[in-house]
Design a protein around this ligand. Sequence first.
Ligand code: PLP
Length: 388
Amino acid sequence: MKRIYMDYAATTPVDPRVVEAMIPYFREKFGNPSSIHSYGQESLESVDAARLSVTDLLGADPSEIVFTGSGTEADNTAIQGVCRALEKRGNHVITTTIEHQAVLRCCEFMASRGFEVTRVPVNKDGIVDPSDIEKSIQKGTILISVMHANNEIGTIQPIAEIGKIARKKGILFHTDAVQSYGHIPIDVDAMSIDLLSISAHKIYGPKGTGALYIRENTPVVPLLHGGSHEQGRRSSTHNVPGIVGLGKASRIAKQEMDQEIKNTTALRNQLLQLIEKNISGVHFNGHPVDRLPNSLNLSIEHVEGEALLMNLDLEGIAISSGSACSAGSGKPSHVLMALGLSETLARGSLRLTLGRYTTREEIEQTADAIARIVKKLRDLSPFGKERP
Ligand code: PLP
C-alpha cells in the first residue's frame, strides 16, 4: 500500500539534501566545536555557517542565534529566562489562549512560581486583537508571548502590530515561530521581535534541534548551566549534525519558499474544494486568508474526528485530528474551543497539513477517501442517518 502523509505540521520528513549535508558530521567530521584542534575547528566552522543560514531567514545577526535541543526548549528558555532575568522589575506575562503547550505549560509553571499570566482570547477566526494585548498591559508586565502561526489551524497573528505595542511600552516580545519559520517570511526588525523560537523538524530538518533568536542585549537567564557554550546562553556540547541539518534546511527553505508557498496554496485550495463539493456539513476553522499556505482545519458535522482519522490510517493516509501533542488525550482541542466551537464540532475536527512532497494525485485520493469514510460513518451513526 502506498502511504500518503498529510501531517506536515506534526513533523516533516528530512529532506535528502539535508541528510547528505549531515552525514559527514556523524563520520569523519565528528570533532567537538569547543576543541581548539583542527577537528574541533572544522565543526565550529560548520556550526557558524548554520548560524548564518538561520539569520538569513530572520534578518538577524549571527551572535543573536542560540542553538537549542528543540522548539520546546527555545520557548522555555525565552519565557523562563526573561521571567527570571526581570523578576525584580515585574511579574506579569501576557500570552494567548491558543498557544502551543510548550508556551502554555511554561506559563502555568511560571504562574506556580508567583508570576501572573494573562491569556488573551482570540476571535472566531483564531486571531488575537492587538488592542486586547495592549489593554492587558499592566505596570509589572515584562513579557508578551504570542505565536506567529498556530499549529492546529494555521492562523497567522498580527505579529508586527503586537511587536510595535510591546516596543512602545518597553516590554519584551517573544514569538513562537516553530510553524512559520522557513515557511513564510519573517523579519525580526520589521516585526519588533526580541525573542523567536525555531524547530528544525518542521522545515525538513532533523528532530531534536531548535534555535532561539535573542535580540542583542535582551536579558535571559539560561535554563542550562555548564560549559558556557553559546556564549553562556545554552551550555551543552553542540549537536553538530543536527545544527548542520537545521542550517541546510534553512538554506533550502530560503531558496524555495516562494515556489513552495504557491504550490501548497494551490494544492490546499484544491483539497478544500473537493472536500466541500463532496461532503455536506463541513465547517472551515481558522482565518480564510491570514493562514499558513499548507494548512487546512475542518470540522465535519456528525463525524468523530478520531474515527475518521483511524479509518484513513487503515487506508494508509496520515492526517491529524488536532495537534500531535493533544491527540490521544481524549480532550477536545483547546485551540478550537478557544474559537468558540461546540465540543461536538471540535471533536469532529481534522487537520490536514501539506508539504514539499505532496502531489495532486494524493490530494484527489485523500479527498475521495474522506468523502467515502464520512458517508460510511454517517450511515452507521443514528445521527448521521437523519441528515438529508
Ligand atoms: N511550538 C509550536 C507552535 C509547535 O507546533 C511545536 C511542535 O509541534 C513546538 C512549539 C515544539 O517544538 P519541538 O517539537 O521542536 O519541541
